[in-house]
Each structure stands twice: as structure tokens, then as C-alpha cells.
Design a protein. Structure first.
Length: 163
């Protein structure tokens, strides 16, 4: 398998809708960054009264909200971008090293099959023992009327040719 390079990824984004919305500033030499969507699911209560038990609690973040990811906490989230992987490619989804140095971990569920279409689910874990990670959203004014959500958490998606 070989990785695609920046101009190939850019062409796929422009001509096939690989990543939408597409921001050319997020292209790297052999990957493209994607951003975190505004819906986060945190673990709910599994003990206590039956009416309070739930597996997941959904948080819909607004542009001025900050999500505090506590030490040891695990959440599910998704990318803001919609991703379309062509049938002759596969993708490997990896957290950027700068986010890893903050204590954020993306669990080992990063393989994306050929032909996948949708938002990528993120399994995020704060591995710090004493320090919270603050996920801050900003309202990014894009080239369309409504606001899109962008977070400072970026992940790299490497594309590889399937032979």
C-alpha cells in the first residue's frame, strides 16, 4: 500500500467530495486534518435508580461552550466533516501528536473501509491522571450562510491505495 500525497487528496476533495466541507488549509503533505463536530456523548449512570440509568448522555455544544474532559473520562464524538472514501481507497484515522502530548488519546478504532460514507466516530479518552482537557468550539464563518462548528482538536486521516 502507498499513501496519497497532498495534490491527490486535494483533487479527491474537489472532484469527488472526499471531505465536506473542504478547507484547503487543512491539507498536509500526506494527510488531511478534520475537525470535531458539536455533539459529544459522555458516559451516563449505570448504577442507582432505574429511571436515572442511561449508557450515554448527549451534549450539543454551542459556539461559546467549553467541554471539560476530566482525567480518565471517555467520550464519543464525531467529525464535523462528512467523509466519502472511494471504493479503491482505505483510510487510517490517527490523532495528531500535538493532541497526544496534551493527554488526549483516540482509541484504536481508526480503520475506515473502502466505500465508507459518513461522519467518522471518535472514541476519545483523557489519559491524564490529574489534568482536564478543555475542548473549545469556535464559530467558524464559512463560505455559506450558516455557521459551521470547528474545534481545535484536529486529527489526521491518511489515505492508502488498496491493491
Amino acid at each position: 500500500m502507498s499513501n496519497l500525497v497532498d495534490h491527490q487528496i486535494r483533487d479527491l476533495c474537489r472532484n469527488m467530495g472526499l471531505v465536506e466541507p473542504f478547507d484547503p488549509e487543512l491539507i498536509n503533505p500526506a494527510s488531511i486534518d478534520v475537525t470535531l463536530g458539536n455533539i459529544i456523548q459522555s458516559e451516563g449512570l449505570i448504577c442507582g435508580p432505574a429511571e436515572l440509568r442511561t449508557r450515554w448522555i448527549e451534549h450539543n455544544l454551542e459556539d461559546d461552550e467549553v467541554y471539560k474532559l476530566c482525567p480518565g473520562q471517555f467520550i464519543l464524538a464525531h467529525t464535523r466533516e462528512f467523509v466519502r472514501i472511494p471504493s479503491n481507497l482505505e483510510a487510517n484515522f490517527q490523532l495528531k501528536s500535538s493532541r497526544g502530548r496534551e493527554g488526549l488519546d483516540h482509541l484504536l478504532a481508526g480503520y475506515i473501509d473502502p466505500g465508507f460514507s459518513g461522519k467518522i466516530t471518535l472514541e476519545l479518552h483523557n489519559v491524564n491522571q490529574r489534568q482536564a482537557i478543555y475542548l473549545t468550539l469556535e464559530c467558524a464563518l464559512a463560505n455559506f450562510a450558516s455557521a459551521s462548528w470547528k474545534i481545535f482538536l484536529s486529527v489526521a486521516m491518511q489515505l492508502q491505495v488498496v491493491i
